[in-house]
Design a protein around this ligand. Structure first.
Ligand SMILES: *[C@@H]1O[C@H](CO)[C@@H](O)[C@H](O)[C@H]1NC(C)=O
Ligand SMILES: *[C@@H]1O[C@H](CO)[C@@H](O)[C@H](O)[C@H]1NC(C)=O
Ligand SMILES: *[C@@H]1O[C@H](CO)[C@@H](O)[C@H](O)[C@H]1NC(C)=O
Ligand SMILES: *[C@@H]1O[C@H](CO)[C@@H](O)[C@H](O)[C@H]1NC(C)=O
Ligand SMILES: *[C@@H]1O[C@H](CO)[C@@H](O)[C@H](O)[C@H]1NC(C)=O
Ligand SMILES: *[C@@H]1O[C@H](CO)[C@@H](O)[C@H](O)[C@H]1NC(C)=O
Ligand SMILES: *[C@@H]1O[C@H](CO)[C@@H](O)[C@H](O)[C@H]1NC(C)=O
Length: 252
C-alpha cells in the first residue's frame, strides 16, 4: 500500500518535473580559488563535519560539508572536503534516509589527478549519472588523498520540486530563508576508474532531516558505523525507484 502511494507520488512529481522540461547543466569546473574553512560555520553556513569540530583547510582527515543559502542570487552554495583517492560526494535525500527514495548526489572526483564533477542518483548501490539539477561555479582541487570542491545550485524549479517532497507547504521561493528545507544528508566516498564511479560508501550522515535554511541545524549528524547497511537499497528497488529512473531518462 505504502509503496503504491510512493509510486504515485513519485510519478506525479516526475510528471510535474518533466513538464518543466529541465535541461540539466553542469558548468565546466575550474581550480579551487579559496580555502574551505569552518570559519563561518553556524554564522552564515550550515556545517557537517566528522570528526566533530574538525577544520577542513588542508586537512585530509576532516570530512566536511557546508551549505549556505545565497539570497542575492538564490543559490545554494556547497563546500565539500574529504579524504579519498577516488571521489567524495554529498547525497541529499528527502525520505527517511538518503537511500530510501528520492535522492540527488553531488560527486567530486579524481580522474588520475584531474578534478571532475557529476550529479547522480543512487539506484541499487550504483551511482547513475543524471546531470540534474543545474550546478554552477564548480571549483575543485585534488591533492594526495584530499578532494575539495565548491559549487552552487540555483533554486530552480527542479530543486524546489525536490525539496517540496519533504514538506510541500514549507518551501516558498520568495521567502527561502524562512522556509523549512528539510533534507537528509549523507557524505559518501568511493573509488574512481577514470571518471567511472565505484560503489559508494557512507562516511557519515544526518539521522534526522537537516534544515538547510538554518545554519545551526548541525547537531543531528551521526557517523554511520556500518556503511553497507546505511545504503542498503531495498526500497530503491521498488516501483518508485524504477519510476524515478524513467523520469531521469525522460529528463536527459
Ligand atoms: C589548475 O591547477 C592545475 C594543477 O595545479 C594546473 O596545472 C592548471 O593549469 C590549473 N588550471 C587553471 C585553469 O588555472
Ligand atoms: C589556503 O590556506 C593556506 C594556509 O593557510 C595558504 O597557504 C593558501 O595560500 C590558501 N589558499 C588559498 C587559495 O587561499
Ligand atoms: C540490483 O543489483 C542486483 C545485484 O547486482 C541485481 O541482481 C539486480 O537485478 C539489480 N536490480 C536492478 C533494478 O538493477
Ligand atoms: C512540515 O512542516 C510543519 C510546520 O513547520 C512541521 O510541523 C512538520 O513537522 C513538517 N514535516 C516534516 C515531515 O518535516
Ligand atoms: C511566500 O513568501 C512571500 C514573502 O514573504 C509571501 O508574501 C507569500 O505569501 C508566501 N507564499 C506562500 C504560499 O506562503
Ligand atoms: C578501468 O577501466 C578500464 C577501461 O574501461 C578497464 O579496462 C579496467 O579494467 C578498469 N579497471 C578496474 C580496476 O576496474
Ligand atoms: C547559531 O548558534 C550560535 C550559538 O548558539 C548563535 O550565536 C547564533 O546566533 C546562531 N545563529 C543563528 C542564525 O541562529
Amino acid at each position: 500500500m505504502e509503496s503504491k502511494l510512493m509510486f504515485l507520488v513519485v510519478c506525479v512529481i516526475g510528471c510535474a518535473v518533466s513538464s518543466i522540461k529541465a535541461d540539466g547543466h553542469l558548468s565546466a569546473p575550474t581550480n579551487l580559488t579559496s580555502n574551505i574553512t569552518r570559519n563561518d560555520c553556524g554564522k552564515t553556513k550550515l556545517c557537517l563535519d566528522n570528526p566533530k569540530g574538525c577544520d577542513p583547510s588542508g586537512n585530509s582527515q576532516c570530512f566536511f560539508t557546508s551549505v549556505q543559502i545565497i539570497l542575492t542570487t538564490l543559490n545554494l552554495k556547497v563546500e565539500l572536503s574529504g579524504n579519498s583517492i577516488g571521489y567524495i560526494a554529498l547525497a541529499a535525500g528527502v525520505t527517511s534516509n538518503v537511500a530510501q527514495g528520492l535522492n540527488i548526489i553531488f560527486v567530486c572526483g579524481n580522474n588520475n589527478g584531474r578534478f571532475f564533477f557529476r550529479t547522480a542518483t543512487l539506484i541499487n548501490n550504483t551511482l547513475l549519472i543524471t546531470n540534474i539539477p543545474n550546478v554552477n561555479n564548480i571549483q575543485g582541487s585534488i591533492q594526495p588523498s584530499l578532494i575539495q570542491c565548491v559549487f552552487s545550485i540555483p533554486f530552480d524549479a527542479n530543486v524546489i520540486n525536490f525539496l517540496s517532497n519533504v514538506n510541500v507547504t514549507n518551501v516558498n521561493i520568495s521567502n527561502i530563508a524562512n522556509s523549512q528545507l528539510n533534507v537528509f544528508l549523507d557524505n559518501l566516498q568511493g573509488s574512481t576508474n577514470g571518471t567511472v564511479l565505484g560503489e559508494p560508501r557512507s562516511v557519515f550522515g544526518s539521522s534526522v532531516p537537516v534544515n538547510l535554511a538554518n545554519v545551526n541545524s548541525t547537531n543531528v549528524v551521526s557517523p554511520i558505523a556500518n556503511s553497507k547497511d546505511s545504503i542498503s537499497l531495498n526500497i530503491l528497488l521498488s516501483h518508485a525507484a524504477i519510476c524515478l529512473l524513467s523520469i531521469f531518462w525522460h529528463l536527459i
